[in-house]
Design a protein around this ligand. Structure first.
Ligand code: GUN
Length: 287
């Protein structure tokens, strides 16, 4: 059996088409949606990601502000810049690209973003709302994965899902989103025992390890007809790779995502969607 490819480029484009329409409507109401990005230091991968986000914004009619900061910036200086963006009424969404240089604390940094402008869904306020099924702004990669399930009408109710990641940006928000859909979710991590057996029993595997030297998901680790969502992206043997080889997995899976061209484009599309949501939120509170 060969499964169906979940094509992130096509699904992301359908999200972008909707976002563009929503951006046009907001502009007709006199609101020009704007995303501010904050890039600290000179991590080349982060610089590429931020560039791609700006390009995507331009495609759908979202304006951008680009703050590039010195790698040695202090926590206080960064907090001041984030505060300026919080109070700038022309800015609707704020994204601080992660990871941060060593001297900066991730929690202190992201907690300083106004929850109404928190397009990454990383503030304690928005993370808490998600846990209570009340979130308006949800982390982009997790909501992108949910959009993929929706696009293919994949029913999650009662499904056994093995989620291999427990980060604030991916695993924890996904856990809540999947639970909302009545799935049974096992959240796995580096200390999980019997990971292979857990994968072999899963209806759906969502894998986001991102280090092939530590973990590879192979077709002998999944059951016939399983669904595999590969969230990881890293360099392996001179190429971009996920946690699995798509060509191997798709022989046995009913649906699977490739890398690249799977979850990656969804993250960017959902960032655009969140920026529109944030712009609508700010218009509702009269900013
Ligand atoms: N670094 C890798 N992924 C992300 C993301 O979704 N948001 C931010 N802010 N940084 C990232």
């Amino acid at each position: 059996m060969t499964g169906v490819k979940i094509d992130g480029k096509i699904i992301a484009q359908s999200v972008k088409d909707r976002v563009k329409k929503a951006a046009d409507e907001l502009k007709n109401q006199g609101i020009s949606p704007c995303l501010a990005t904050v890039l600290i230091g000179d991590n080349p991968a982060s610089a590429t990601y931020v560039r791609n986000k700006h390009k995507a914004c331009e495609e759908v009619g979202i304006t951008t502000k680009d703050r590039k900061l010195d790698a040695n910036i202090t926590q206080m200086e960064l907090a001041k810049i984030i505060d300026e963006l919080n109070t700038d009424n022309s800015v609707h969404g704020i994204l601080v690209q992660l990871p941060l240089p060593e001297q900066l604390d991730e929690f202190a940094t992201t907690s300083g973003i106004s929850p109404l402008k928190d397009v990454d869904g990383l503030t304690p306020h928005n993370a808490g709302l998600l846990a209570m099924k009340k979130a308006a702004l949800v982390a982009c990669t997790p909501s992108g994965v949910m959009e993929m399930f929706d696009y293919h009408d994949i029913d999650l109710e009662g499904k056994n899902i093995v989620l291999i990641n427990r980060s604030n940006l991916v695993g924890k928000p996904l856990y809540h989103l999947l639970l909302e859909k009545n799935a049974t979710v096992i959240t796995c991590h580096s200390k999980t025992k019997n990971l292979t057996e857990l994968c072999q029993g899963a209806d759906i595997i969502i894998s986001a390890v991102g280090d092939r030297n530590k973990f590879t998901l192979t077709s002998d680790m999944i059951k016939e007809g399983a669904i595999v969502i590969d969230v990881a992206i890293s360099r392996f043997q001179e190429k971009l790779a996920g946690d699995s080889d798509y060509e191997d997995i798709i022989q046995k899976a009913s649906f699977a995502t490739p890398v690249p061209g799977g979850v990656g484009p969804m993250t960017v599309a959902m960032l655009l969607k969140n920026t529109i949501t944030a712009a609508s939120l700010s218009s509702q509170i009269g900013k």
